[in-house]
Design a protein around this ligand. Structure first.
Ligand code: SAH
Ligand code: SF4
Length: 361
């Protein structure tokens, strides 16, 4: 089988070139074509010797996942459904804003962690995405959106907040992150690349050592009893351990705070008492809060908190000097909002036997 060059970070690509008897600078040249120019045909790489292009054509390929569907929301949000083979598809979402273009990407087909309020979790887990499938989402988005007047790609920020738990697909996620950061790749700054985790503590420590990018942690509850229900991995890594890992992460993080995500569920975790408990809980972690109004999906019994409850909750955090934003719901007309990404996943855990997968409009 041909080697997909999108599966390599710079280090691995250089090693591959050495193996086929080529100099290291060739790897850099190739990366520039693939990522800076968005090229997927060796034939178009005009400054590479024909003999090397022929060799690569025989042995290698630049294989991005195919786009099955593209949807455009009224607010400019775009969603792509990407075919990752064997009946699986994952989603990537582009969110345009005045000063930046953010791409939300997926790391797994499905997710094993089964958070109570998450549509991806309800589908069960099928498999980890390859490096090519992760970086391929960025490749496609840039390809579809093109470059701006200054010659830069439209995507300035990447958040790993799509389908799946990135830290449970650690190696492939880190290789893809390195391609995002690499000068010969997308050249994004560490501050503009965010990994979101539900709290896989040992992997947070590894990320700090191997590729410290901005970190968002899905907190969602102010105590272990409630978090055990909403985010079941809390039973393995309870809040005390999670918050200690957050503090350790900050020693190397590119930003001097952790972003805590907190989904606002009506009558579940959104009272003023919960907010006060939360303030006490995070006292020793420099942080910002991002309140996410719950986005409903077909098989859920949860409801979104009322706007006045969200405002009151936010005020308690702000009074304790914690910067708090409420996430605007974007692209909900195309089911592209947080936690609504479903794709199509062949569920190996058979969780969908109990709750059927509902495909998007
Ligand atoms: N697995 C990672 C990243 C993907 S989920 C994680 O859990 O952090 C990205 C964010 O969307 C997480 O904070 C997640 O809790 C939140 N989310 C999941 N389902 C949601 C829903 N239905 N409404 C709002 N936010 C949701
Ligand atoms: Fe997985 Fe994140 Fe969804 Fe939890 S919220 S089930 S960790 S994708």
């Amino acid at each position: 089988m041909k080697q997909n060059l999108l599966d390599f970070d710079a280090h691995a690509l250089t090693a591959y070139f050495a193996e086929i008897g080529e100099k290291p600078f060739r790897a850099k040249q190739l990366m520039r074509w693939m990522y800076k120019e968005g090229e997927s045909e060796f034939a178009a790489m005009t400054d590479i010797a024909v003999s090397l292009r022929d060799k690569l054509t025989q042995q290698a390929c630049i294989n991005v996942p195919t786009i099955m569907r593209e949807e455009l929301s009224d607010d400019g949000t775009r969603k792509w459904l990407l075919d990752v083979g064997t009946g699986n598809a994952v989603e990537a979402v582009y969110i345009p804003e005045a000063t930046r273009g953010t791409l939300c990407i997926s790391s797994q087909a499905g997710c094993a962690l089964d958070c109570a309020f998450c549509s991806t979790g309800k589908q069960g887990f099928n498999r980890n995405l390859s490096v090519a499938e992760i970086i391929g989402q960025l490749w496609w988005a840039n390809h579809q959106l093109g470059k701006n007047a200054e010659g830069n790609w439209a995507i300035s920020n990447v958040v790993m907040m799509g389908m799946g738990e990135p830290l449970l697909n650690f190696d492939n996620t880190v290789s893809a992150l390195r391609l995002m950061l690499d000068d010969h790749g997308y050249g994004l700054s560490r501050r503009r690349v965010t990994v979101s985790t539900s709290g896989v503590v040992p992997a947070m420590d590894r990320l700090r050592e191997e590729c410290p990018v901005a970190l968002a942690v899905s907190l969602h509850a102010p105590n272990d009893a409630l978090r055990d229900v909403l985010v079941p991995i809390n039973k393995k890594y309870p809040l005390k351990e999670l918050l200690a890992a957050c503090r350790r992460y900050l020693e190397k993080a590119p930003r001097d705070f952790i972003t805590f995500e907190y989904v606002m569920l009506d009558g579940v975790n959104d009272s003023v008492q919960h907010a006060h408990e939360l303030v006490r809980l995070v006292r020793e972690v420099p942080c910002k809060f991002n309140l996410i109004p719950f986005n409903p999906f077909p098989q859920t019994h949860y409801q979104r908190s009322r706007p006045d409850a969200i405002a009151r909750f936010r005020d308690v955090l702000m009074q304790a000097n914690i910067v708090t934003t409420t996430r605007k719901t974007r692209g909900d007309d195309i089911a592209a909002a947080c936690g609504q990404l479903a794709g199509q996943v062949q569920d190996k855990t058979k969780r969908t036997m109990q709750r059927p997968v509902v495909l998007h409009r």
